[in-house]
Ligand binder design. Sequence first.
Ligand SMILES: [Zn+2]
Length: 321
Amino acid sequence: MKEKLYVAIDLGGTKIYTVLGNGEGSILAEEIFATKAHDGPQAVLEQLVLSVSALLAKTSYGLNDLQAAGICAAGFFDWQKRLLVHSPNLSGWNNVPLELELTARLGLPVLAENDANAAALGEARLGAGAGSGDLIFVTVSTGIGAGLILGGHIYRGTAGFAGEFGHMVVKSDGYLCGCGRRGCLETVASGTAIARAASTAMQMGRETLLTQLAEENEGKLGAPQVFAAAELGDVLAGEILADASYYLGLGLVNLVNLLNPEIIVVGGGVANAGDKFLQPLREAIADKAIPPAAASCTLRAAKLGMAAGVIGMLCRLAEQN
Ligand SMILES: [Zn+2]
């Protein structure tokens, strides 16, 4: 029997990652475009089509050889109305019928998902949580997101907006969040929050290695510099990371108590800091979650990196077709 082939696209605010893959979730070819995020939906939809053509041109396959296409995107995807309601990193994307628009352009059935949901499925099927039916994927980078796999399937909630872990309120009088509310986890524990805390402390005149590390990085200060300074024993950087880790740990404890997951997979740029970042989170779960739920939960680093979303979409397509 002929192998079933799919294209899967991860549409992000900075890049469009497009792959050709099979029903086992193996990637056979890939293509990366820089997203024209400020040019509006029509320009980006054209880019998506071009990325598929450029990808197929690298192979001996054409659109006729494909069973279907899958796309995952950052943002709120309304699972009932099939609309990308809003995407914070893509200008002008409001209520875009992403599946319909792509089907019309590619002539293929198209399935869309929120990117964290797709990444969660990828990690649950073929990544750090392979074989688990009760897994939470948490991504910590400029923002904080999550995808829930419950009973073997993506849990979307009633309309598709479940898993917004970054907007769990942990400090009701805290900073204003990108979502318009105050005190979300994302405002205290994301890469952006870590960088802001460092800048604020430096402006207050705290003695720190961060001053030098920022100078070496063209004056820019981000989470990577804070991790580097903490590694060198910098007290301020250590305090900032401990604070972020405290709130992230609280959020995870609440998830463990609510959902009793078997595995929590932590990915995203900030999680690249490795075990130094993950171990305090494991300790928070062990100390603060209800003991039987804590004992049955393992926290691991993500395994699939930037391919998690597209691999999740390949699995999703294969399970549907
Ligand atoms: Zn928020």
